[in-house]
Design a protein around this ligand. Sequence first.
Ligand SMILES: Nc1ncnc2c1ncn2[C@@H]1O[C@H](COP(=O)(O)OP(=O)(O)O)[C@@H](O)[C@H]1O
Ligand SMILES: [Mg+2]
Length: 287
Amino acid sequence: MNGQADAIDYQAHRDFFREVLQEVHDIMAARYDTREVKITPLGMGGSRLSIPIRVDGVNSKGEKVRFFAKILGSSELMTARTIQLFKNIFLHTISKDPLFDLNATAEHMAKHQYDLLNQIHELKIPTARPLGYHPLKGNLWLLVEEYLNARPINMSKDMTESHLETGFTYLAKMHKNGIYHGDIKPENILFAEKVYIMDVGNFTDAAPAGEKMAYDLACMIASFLDYAPPERIVALALKHFSKKDVRHATEYIELIQRRPDINFSNATKEMLISLMLGSGKKGKETD
Ligand SMILES: Nc1ncnc2c1ncn2[C@@H]1O[C@H](COP(=O)(O)OP(=O)(O)O)[C@@H](O)[C@H]1O
Ligand SMILES: [Mg+2]
């Protein structure tokens, strides 16, 4: 290996990094009236699909302001594509059509997230208000959102049954309004007194509404397994979804168990599926 070439490479990376940070400072000043910007990277979870950061600064009135932002780029796109492809291949093996779409560019990913968060916010479902998305060097994009003082539910154990039910009411409201999430998981549900629905995924345009509903519902039921026994979670789901919907959602439980970010045992899976299939006398009869 040529040591000098290596050294030049590292310098290029450092320069690139500095320039991107400078761009973030410039965007915050020009678009968000925010100066004296301090950027703090937030924790990197297992299946992170962006570089999440907290942006602190001061506005022109001298007030302290804080934003959440995430940097999206080609490596995040590739990770997302791998995950989407894996899920589609798994669906193929159980003779189901592909459901999950691939983002062509980081710009598309930023725009998609901005648009869906905006729609969720307009329904008055707690989420972060998206504020804008902006190009950076090297095909990176910066998505800026309202900062929420809340943590993912897998990091806060204070969820009660009433919060879980609230989660189902939000999902049912989204579906009633034609909005499908596509990536419900514990990391994407934030909690601090309120339940916040965050970080949407990407269904194909051709995916039938019934399949998208069933996948979202299965993801939410599975995401809540750490907070209540399966029979309670299924009972809460049945307060807001029909028996038919809950039965349909069983078709996705196997796929969800293979996700690295929602964990439950085979025994729990079997019990969950049988509860969802047999799902009881209390559910709504129709859609
Ligand atoms: N608006 C926000 N305010 C504060 N923290 C947030 C906000 N949005 C996300 N987070 C935190 O950052 C993490 C990553 O954000 P997320 O939108 O899920 O990005 P990714 O696409 O990388 O999964 C979340 O799991 C959550 O802990
Ligand atoms: Mg996320």
